[in-house]
Design a binder for this molecule. Structure first.
Ligand SMILES: C[S@@+](CC[C@H](N)C(=O)[O-])C[C@H]1O[C@@H](n2cnc3c(N)ncnc32)[C@H](O)[C@@H]1O
Length: 200
């Protein structure tokens, strides 16, 4: 018999297929947006770790031809990218030339990151890599997010969550961690959020 978490996972994966999104993760962003009101009309948004593209597709639908989305991933997007208000760069978020390309399209009103390392089976290593990605996403937000803007990033829960939230508290009015219902119940991922970036 399948574990309850995987039955739920199958439900979200099938729903994504039916709704025309390339990944089940879209429902996590919908929940995050419903709770924290992240996506505003006409916003400039940066999506880090965007492939295969369900978050990007939903954001573009929400922007409805207005605003702008920049997206980055090691992998290609599997959505229609022929849109005037989309810039996609395929590359490593740690690569300075990728950062430069992203900077050229900023500043942004919102930074969203679902980026996650490939899992190795070694939980300590995976959480360390995830924490490093979140720190890099927070660096992007420090540099390219407008004051008042929000950041949200996926984090594999390990020892470093407190330190990350402490950093967010220094840079944003509000620091939160939130695990959407549509996350696999057995997964050790959560999302950290910085709401309302402080002025430097
Ligand atoms: C869970 S998937 C994102 C799913 C996406 N939000 C969606 O809705 O389709 C995580 C992504 O992070 C990307 N990623 C991991 N490390 C990265 C890095 N260093 N630079 C860019 N992308 C990275 C992976 O290639 C992968 O596509």
């Amino acid at each position: 018999m399948a574990a309850v978490g995987y039955e739920k996972a199958d439900f979200w994966a099938q729903k994504a297929k039916k709704d025309g999104y390339p990944a089940r993760s879209v429902y996590k962003l919908m929940e995050l947006d419903k709770k924290f009101k992240l996506i505003k009309a006409n916003a400039r948004i940066l999506d880090i770790g965007a492939a295969p593209g369900s978050w990007s597709l939903w954001v573009l639908e929400r922007l409805d031809g207005k605003g702008f989305l920049a997206a980055v991933d090691l992998q290609p997007l599997r959505i229609d990218t022929a849109r005037d208000n989309l810039f996609f760069v395929q590359g490593d978020l740690y690569d300075p030339s990728v950062k430069e390309a992203i900077a050229a399209h900023g500043p942004y009103d919102l930074v969203i990151s679902d980026a996650a390392p490939g899992t190795s089976g070694n939980k300590g290593l995976d959480t360390d890599r995830s924490e490093a990605i979140v720190e890099a996403v927070l660096d992007y937000a420090s540099e390219f997010l407008r004051p008042g803007g929000h950041v949200v990033a996926k984090l594999f829960i390990g020892g470093g969550q407190r330190e990350i939230l402490d950093r967010i508290k220094k840079e944003y009015d509000t620091a939160r961690a939130f695990k959407p219902e549509s996350c696999r119940s057995e997964s050790f991922e959560t999302y950290v959020l910085g709401l309302a970036k402080k002025r430097p």
